[in-house]
Write a protein that binds this ligand. Structure first.
Ligand code: ADP
Ligand code: MG
Length: 252
């Protein structure tokens, strides 16, 4: 089946890792933009299978944190290790390749390519790491089927509902079986009923072993999905709490 995100990804000349190696290891990460301190000495570890929700007021550094972990930006000081690889000073090209192989990203506003149908949006993530077109399309098809979008494969983003767009975004993020799925406000642009479907999807993925890092204002998303809560304030972790995940009454 297509949804097997817990499998190790990539498989290209990496050092041998123990199965319990942290998926994310941030050590004293600072990030400054001019005079603004966006991250003020953040240390954070995420273990395989965790679903960590990062919460905190606007401007507290949550997106900056995700960007550090995704290798979209670099710390002013401190180190970032993802999936056993120190990416702090990795070269641009290697970093781009690393990100495509090992990290899946889901965005508030989906960030789909408008001129590609759903299937091609998903398959492209595979093409970008060198998967042949036929294989990429086959996996994209499987993923869209699993996510309830079998009849939307050929639809362009403009005709998809918000919830459908976000499920395409999740399928794309899963394409290369990432070690880590990052989501920045994944329900932020959705109504509550549609958001609920995305929450259920993320929860299912985590139950199947997918490690998640969610940034959200949505208390419901956090308490439904997360196994751990990390509160941010002024670029610092001010509270961490393990969550007892609320399981639904009726098994689905
Ligand atoms: P959050 O996601 O929690 O709302 P951000 O990480 O986006 O917070 O921002 C943290 C702080 O860093 C804010 O003060 C923001 O204005 C600043 N900041 C973020 N990105 C940049 C940037 N590219 N240039 C300048 N300042 C930035
Ligand atoms: Mg943000």
């Amino acid at each position: 089946m297509a949804l097997t995100p817990a499998e190790p990804s990539g498989g290209h000349h990496e050092s041998v890792k123990t199965p319990e190696a942290a998926v994310v290891q941030l050590d004293s990460v600072r990030k400054e933009f001019g005079g603004i301190t966006a991250l003020d000495g953040v240390s954070l570890e995420i273990r395989p299978g965790e679903a960590v929700a990062v919460m905190g007021p606007s401007g507290s550094g949550k997106s900056t944190l995700l960007n550090m972990i995704a290798g979209l930006d670099r710390p002013s000081s401190g180190s970032v290790v993802v999936n056993g690889e120190n990416i702090t000073r990795m070269g641009e090209a290697a970093l781009a390749r690393f990100r495509r192989h090992h990290i899946g990203m889901v965005f508030q506003f989906f960030n789909l390519l408008d001129d590609l149908p759903a299937l091609e949006n998903v398959a492209l993530a595979g093409r970008l790491v060198g998967v042949p077109a036929r294989k990429a399309r086959a996996r994209a098809t499987e993923l869209l089927d699993e996510l309830g979008l079998a009849d939307r494969r050929d639809a362009y983003p403009a005709v998809l509902s918000g919830g459908e767009r976000q499920r395409v975004g999740v399928a794309r993020a899963l394409m290369n079986r990432p070690a880590l799925l990052l989501a920045d406000e994944p329900t932020g642009a959705l109504d509550s009923r549609t958001g609920e479907q995305v929450i259920d999807l993320l929860l299912d993925l985590n139950r199947m072993g997918q490690t998640l890092l969610l940034v959200t204002h949505d208390q419901h998303l956090a308490t439904r999905c997360a196994t751990r809560l990390v509160d941010f304030m002024d670029g610092r972790v001010v509270r961490e709490a393990a969550l007892e995940r609320h399981e639904p009454w009726i098994a689905r």
